[in-house]
Write a protein that binds this ligand. Structure first.
Ligand code: IPM
Ligand code: MG
Length: 381
């Protein structure tokens, strides 16, 4: 192919991407009412093992759910459903980020608790997470981080369906010469994540929301993201909206003099991805933070970390820390309406992870195993 051919092909692709994204923005404008769990006779929780350390931590997470939700499960109000086939082997063999039958099984559930899935670098296979977030329209990635002894109580509202991710596997290139990826900000997509962040702030007595972008450089996408967040903020008079750039905010989070003043953050997808790993590390490691992917019809709860291929290679899988997926389980129990049970689990996790610390997982053979830690937590429920 000549350069001219590449450019011609890229222009055609760009046209169809823009049309597709415009359609998505229009679909979002109509919106949909959130599910009312209290009114539902039966709630189906999908259990997805994932790759690497996924099945190891998920086995313990499922035990935890069976204890925490024992009465509801035996009464048939809650059903746990195993979802098979979301493995890197199956996904690469079929060349599908989420195979059709797996997606159909997932769509029969109301919420999911999901172990980490491996994302291949390069190639064209999209991350299973990105596909699921898009297919289930899980637009808000909510990640709380707390360090009580320092007064840190942060919650991140990361936009989860667009930005750098939505077309991340559909860039263009002239091989050996140049490559271009696309970042997308839509009006409706930004409005709904901003609204989620400000609603949370209003409902939880917070008076400050940090809007974090790089709008000085990404003028269109981040520029509009900031503008829309401020338009939404105008409906919340008691809450101050502050603009920050992602670089200085990354530095602020390691600045002990000011970091505890931040409360709620709202930010585009990729910045949210990066800064929440940093925040989790401040809390005690990426193995310690839970993550909720929320939409109006579905919600998916997962650990903030990946499948830890290096731990598996080193034979350390059994020493994986399940606290991140346990926190995700707590967020899920809260989301489906069992507040008292979620509070109980949160208190037990705080006791086990921060106060008593009788069984400590380090991720190495000198620490406790995943199962031993789960026994410790479950023993206190
Ligand atoms: C996360 C993860 C994912 C992401 C990966 C697994 C695709 O890092 O949930 O933060 O980049 O969003
Ligand atoms: Mg991440």
């Amino acid at each position: 192919m000549t350069n001219k051919d590449y450019i011609e092909k890229a222009c055609q692709q760009f046209k169809s991407l823009m049309e597709e994204q415009l359609e998505r923005q229009e679909r979002m404008e109509t919106g949909s009412a959130p599910k009312d769990f209290a009114a539902m006779e039966k709630i189906t929780i999908g259990i997805v093992g994932g790759d690497g350390i996924g099945p190891i931590i998920m086995e313990q997470a499922e035990r935890l759910l069976r204890v925490s939700l024992a009465e509801e499960i035996s009464a048939g109000r809650i059903v746990l459903k195993q979802i098979e086939g979301l493995t890197i082997e199956n996904r690469t063999a079929l060349g599908k980020a989420v195979p059709d039958d797996v997606l159909a099984a997932i769509k029969e559930c109301d919420v999911l608790l999901k172990g980490p899935t491996t994302t291949p670098k390069g190639g064209t296979l999209e991350s299973a997470n990105v596909t699921l977030r898009r297919e289930l329209d899980l637009y808000a990635n909510v990640r709380p981080v707390q360090v009580p002894e320092e007064g840190i109580d942060w919650i991140f509202y990361r936009e989860n369906t667009e930005g750098e991710y939505v077309l991340g596997s559909r860039g263009v290139e002239i091989p050996g010469k140049l490559s271009m990826d696309f970042k997308v900000t839509t009006e409706a997509g930004t409005r709904r994540i901003a609204k989620a962040a400000f609603d949370y702030a209003a409902a939880n007595g917070k008076d400050n929301v940090a809007i974090v972008t790089k709008a000085n450089i990404m003028k269109k996408t981040d520029g509009n993201f900031t503008r829309i967040c401020h338009e939404v903020a105008a409906d919340y008079p008691g809450i101050k909206a502050d603009d920050w750039y992602i670089d200085i905010m990354t530095a602020n989070l390691v600045n002990k003099d000011i970091r505890s003043s931040f409360q709620v953050f709202v930010l585009p997808n990729l910045y949210g991805d990066i800064i929440t790993d940093e925040a989790a590390e401040i809390q005690g490691g990426v193995g310690t933070a839970g993550s909720a992917n929320m939409g109006d019809q579905y919600a998916m709860f997962e650990a903030i970390h990946g499948s830890a291929p290096r731990m598996m290679e080193d034979g350390l899988g059994d020493y994986a820390n399940p606290s991140s997926i346990f926190k995700a389980a707590e967020m899920m129990i809260r989301h489906i309406g069992f507040t008292a049970k979620a509070d109980k689990l949160a208190a037990v996790l705080e006791e086990c992870c921060e106060k008593e610390k009788k069984v400590v997982v380090t991720g190495f053979a000198d620490g406790a195993t995943c199962k031993a830690f789960a026994d410790y937590v479950i023993g206190k429920l």
